[in-house]
Design a protein around this ligand. Structure first.
Ligand code: PMV
Length: 330
């Protein structure tokens, strides 16, 4: 075993993943498609801990809480099973954005952890196998292993992983309206949706149709069609989530104001399309040449950042370790 460090970036889905067919293997009810970003990265170091009796986890310089530690340890059990090892490890992870704030930190987190841990345990995994492994940590993480636009095939345990898709060059204007941790996790909210929404089956079947149309639009380089499908699919997901018992609403008045502002921009001839994950922050899809103008037009509605397509998960050279909390303070 060896100490390794990896970096991965979050992804924003244009076709959303919402609902599992198999909870334990994290198999999605339908496929999805996203763009891996070039910002908001997570860097994770995995250190062998031969003297420890359990995994230990430090997140942004703080010991992780019980729930986070349990989830990471369960993921590391998959890695150990593949490696035929029982070795506990120390994981130190640093996010460049707050965890759980709806900017897909679980995707960058588990993509970085899968990449670092696979290498720490000296597993020789190709991109598909690494994507499959990341999926076992957090579904959307399988797409962050892949650079740029990625499709995650629903598949079965063997084939459910992400792959690159040809797509036109695009930018996203991220409008952050709230950085606090979301009140309900995606995992719990998905479970409630499948169990209680009367619209769930229609969501699953229509998502497969939207995904097929989206892949066609990407391959044809049809930005308008990509944008239209993106916004419509995001609104369908939020409508679905609001149809649970009890209802869950992730969008805030400020989020809705951004959707309105983007619609206005389109009416005025500036093409832009909104989406939002399981949180109040809105991400606006634009052509590269319109990114600055859209960012300027949305100024005042939240904290604005323009992002583009980013790299897949990657190992960093030796010496790039995330420092331990006490080292970080020295
Ligand atoms: O991978 P999870 O459990 O964090 O779920 C992600 C769900 C959404 O971000 C809302 C949609 C998606 O496809 O990324």
């Amino acid at each position: 075993m060896r100490t390794t460090t990896a970096r991965a970036y979050p992804n924003i889905a244009l076709i959303k993943y919402w609902g599992k067919r198999d909870e334990s293997r994290i198999l999605p009810a339908a496929g999805s498609l996203s763009m891996t970003l070039d910002a908001f990265e997570t860097t994770t170091t995995v250190v062998p801990n031969p003297d420890g009796d359990a995994d230990s986890l430090e997140l942004d310089g703080q010991p992780a809480d019980e729930e986070q530690t349990r989830r990471i340890a369960a993921f590391l059990d998959h890695v150990r099973a593949l490696a035929g090892s029982e070795q506990p490890v120390i994981v130190r992870s640093r996010n460049s954005v707050p965890t759980g704030a709806g900017l897909a930190s679980s995707a960058s987190g588990f993509a970085a952890l899968a990449t670092a841990a696979a290498s720490a345990f000296e597993l020789d995994l190709d991109a598909r196998a690494l994507s499959r492994l990341a999926r076992l940590g957090s579904g959307s993480a399988c797409r962050s292993v892949v650079p740029g636009v990625a499709v995650w095939h629903a598949g079965d345990d063997e084939t459910s992983c992400a792959e690159p898709v040809d797509a036109p060059d695009m930018r996203m204007v991220v409008v952050t309206v709230d950085r606090s941790r979301k009140p309900v996790s995606s995992r719990a909210a998905m479970r409630l949706t499948a169990a209680t929404s009367p619209f769930y089956e229609a969501w699953v079947s229509s998502t497969e149709e939207s995904l097929a149309a989206m892949i066609d639009a990407c391959e044809e380089g049809d930005f308008t069609r990509i944008g239209e499908i993106t916004e419509s699919h995001a609104l369908r997901m939020h409508a679905l989530i609001q149809s649970t018992t009890p209802p869950i609403r992730f969008l805030r008045p400020q989020s809705v104001a951004i959707f309105d502002a983007v619609e206005k921009l389109r009416e005025n001839g500036l093409e832009a399309y909104s989406t939002a994950d399981a949180g109040p922050n809105v991400v606006v899809l634009v052509r590269p040449e319109n990114a600055e103008a859209v960012a300027e037009a949305l100024d005042g509605l939240g904290e604005i950042r323009i992002v583009g397509p980013g790299p897949g998960a990657q190992l960093l050279p030796e010496g790039s370790e995330v420092p331990a909390a006490e080292e970080g303070l020295s």
